[in-house]
Design a protein around this ligand. Structure first.
Ligand code: GTP
Ligand code: MG
Length: 304
C-alpha cells in the first residue's frame, strides 16, 4: 500500500501515552521485586485504568514470575507482558469475510465515539485487501452526518448509499442490501446515529435495523460492533448493556487510544463485556486503524 508507517509503528505511537504512564514510574523502582515495587506496579496499572480486579491479578502473576531479590528490567518487562496477555486471553478474534456475501457489519455507539471514522477506516482496509465494500448512511438524523460519510467514502474511493436526511434507517439498510446483492459487493458497512443508551426509541431503531437484515438475508448482521471511545475508560462498560440488548453485540472497536493515558481500560472492558476487540483506533488518519492482536498490543505497551 506504500504507507509511510507500519502497523507496529502506528500501534506503538498510539499507545505511547499509556506506555509512558506505566513504564516511567516502574523503571526507577525495579531493583527489588518487593512490596514497594509491587505497590508501584498496582498503582500504575490502576492509573492506566486497568481496573482493580485485573490489576490485582496482573500484580500477582508478575510477583510469582520474578525472584524477590530483584530482576533485570528485561525480565520485569517479559513478566508484565505475559501477565497482561493472560488478562487479554479472550480479547482477540479477527473479523472474517468468508461467510455468505455480502458480509454485513453494523457499527453502533454513543455520540462521537468514532463510528463514522471507523466505518471509513474499515472500508479502506477492505479495499486494500481487494474487497468491495458498500458504505451505508443509516445515520439519517442530521444532514451533516450523511455528508460526512459521503465525503469520507470519496476520500477512501468506495461507494456509499444514502437517503435524504430524516429517512427511516431501516429503509436505507433495506435498499443497501438489495443493491449490494445485485451489484455483488463483498461487504456492507452500516453507519448508525450516535445515541445515548438511555434513549429507548433510538435503541429500538437499532433493533429494527437488525430485523431488516434478518428478513432480507435470513441471518442477523454478521458483526454487530460497539464503537467505544478509549478516553472514557471503564465507563464504556455501563454504556454497553442496552446496545447489547438491542443488537446482540459481537465485538468492539476501541478508538482514540492515541488520545489517552488510560489505554489499560481495554482489559476490563473486553473482559466485563465478554466481547472480542476487532480493531483499535490509534489516530484520526484513515490509515490509523489496527486489527487487535494481543501479542503486539502488550509488547507495544510494555516495550514500545
Ligand atoms: N485521535 C483520534 N480521534 C479519533 C479516532 N477515531 C475517531 N476520532 C475522532 O473523533 C471525532 C468523532 O468521530 P466520528 O467518527 O464522527 O464519531 P461518530 O461516533 O460517528 O459520531 P456521531 O455520529 O456524532 O455519534 C472525529 O473528530 C474523529 O476524527 C481515533 O482513533 N483517534
Ligand atoms: Mg457518525
Amino acid at each position: 500500500m506504500g504507507e509511510p508507517t507500519t502497523f507496529w509503528e502506528r500501534l506503538k505511537k498510539g499507545l505511547a501515552r499509556t506506555r509512558d504512564g506505566v513504564l516511567g514510574p516502574l523503571q526507577s523502582s525495579r531493583e527489588k521485586v518487593g512490596a514497594e515495587f509491587l505497590n508501584r506496579l498496582e498503582e500504575v496499572l490502576l492509573r492506566a485504568d486497568v481496573g482493580p480486579e485485573d490489576a490485582e491479578s496482573v500484580v500477582r502473576t508478575v510477583q510469582a514470575a520474578l525472584p524477590p531479590e530483584g530482576a533485570s528490567w528485561d525480565a520485569v518487562q517479559s513478566a508484565l507482558e505475559r501477565a497482561l496477555a493472560d488478562a487479554l486471553r479472550q480479547a482477540e478474534r479477527p473479523v472474517t469475510f468468508h461467510g455468505p456475501r455480502p458480509s454485513v457489519l453494523v457499527f453502533v455507539g454513543v455520540n462521537g465515539s468514532g463510528k463514522t471514522t471507523t466505518v471509513a477506516k474499515v472500508a479502506r482496509c477492505l479495499s486494500a485487501d481487494g474487497l468491495r465494500p458498500l458504505l451505508v448512511a443509516a445515520d439519517t438524523f442530521r444532514a451533516a452526518a450523511i455528508d460526512q460519510l459521503v465525503s469520507l467514502a470519496h476520500e477512501v474511493g468506495v461507494e456509499v448509499l444514502a437517503h435524504q436526511p430524516g429517512a427511516d434507517p431501516g429503509a436505507v439498510v433495506h435498499d443497501a442490501l438489495e443493491h449490494a446483492r445485485t451489484a455483488g459487493y463483498d461487504a456492507v458497512l452500516i453507519d448508525t446515529a450516535g445515541r445515548l443508551q438511555t434513549k429507548r426509541p433510538l435503541m429500538e431503531e437499532l433493533g429494527k435495523v437488525r430485523r431488516v437484515v434478518e428478513r432480507l438475508l435470513g441471518r442477523p448482521p454478521d458483526e454487530r460492533i460497539l464503537v467505544v471511545d478509549a478516553t472514557v475508560g471503564q465507563n464504556a462498560i455501563s454504556q454497553a448493556a442496552l446496545f447489547h440488548e438491542a443488537m446482540g453485540l459481537t465485538g468492539l472497536v476501541i478508538t482514540k487510544l492515541d488520545g489517552t493515558a488510560r489505554g489499560g481500560a481495554v482489559i476490563p472492558i473486553t473482559r466485563a463485556l465478554q466481547l472480542p476487540i476487532l480493531w483499535l483506533g490509534v489516530g484520526e488518519g484513515l490509515d490509523e486503524l489496527e486489527p487487535f492482536r494481543t501479542t503486539e498490543f502488550v509488547r507495544a505497551l510494555v516495550r514500545g
